[in-house]
Design a protein around this ligand. Structure first.
Ligand code: HEM
Length: 137
């Protein structure tokens, strides 16, 4: 079934980690990499520097702020980050970024469509707690 996260087929028990270049602040130029080394703290190999689990985007419309450090306060900022090529597109030069560094060159409309898609993955039917609050539906 589609999980919309980074778990790997065929058993979906292993979660991929990726280096996408998340900044300290929501800057769109001259950004600085967040200093959390991520997976490198567990496995000290250079390739894992700044690597994080690829989280699900199911219910992501309900779970701002985004990324491990909460740098982005809405999905528009997240979409802009990816549209620029992640860290590489905002001035963060990592030699191990696994997110393709190319700008996506998506129009505003196309970016809105992806955000609308993420909203379509909202389902609170079986979710007891959302953003730390009890869902009483
Ligand atoms: C346009 C395409 C994409 C969109 C719209 C998107 C959306 C998102 C969103 C909304 C989050 C935040 C989740 C949260 O904090 O709850 C996220 C995190 C993440 N995404 Fe993506 N994503 C895209 C492409 C990718 C790709 C191609 C990769 C892998 C190379 C990737 C890897 C990750 C990782 C590792 C995180 C966690 C980062 C952290 O915690 O610092 N994403 N993504």
């Amino acid at each position: 079934m589609p999980f919309f996260n980074g778990t790997v087929p065929p058993h979906f028990t292993h979660t991929e980690s990726e280096v996408i270049g998340v900044p300290t602040r929501p800057d769109t130029a001259n950004a600085v990499i967040d200093n959390d080394l991520g997976k490198y703290n567990l496995f000290p190999f250079d390739v894992f520097k700044y690597a994080f689990k690829t989280t699900t985007v199911r219910n992501a419309a309900l779970t701002a702020p985004y990324m491990h450090n909460g740098v982005y306060s809405d999905l528009e900022q997240v979409m802009d980050f990816y549209n620029r090529g992640g860290g590489a597109g905002i001035g963060i030069a990592l030699d191990n970024q696994t997110l393709p560094p190319d700008p996506l060159n998506l129009s505003k409309e196309e970016q809105k469509a992806i955000i609308a898609f993420i909203h379509s993955l909202t389902d609170t039917t079986h979710t007891l707690y959302i953003g730390g609050k009890l869902n009483q539906q």
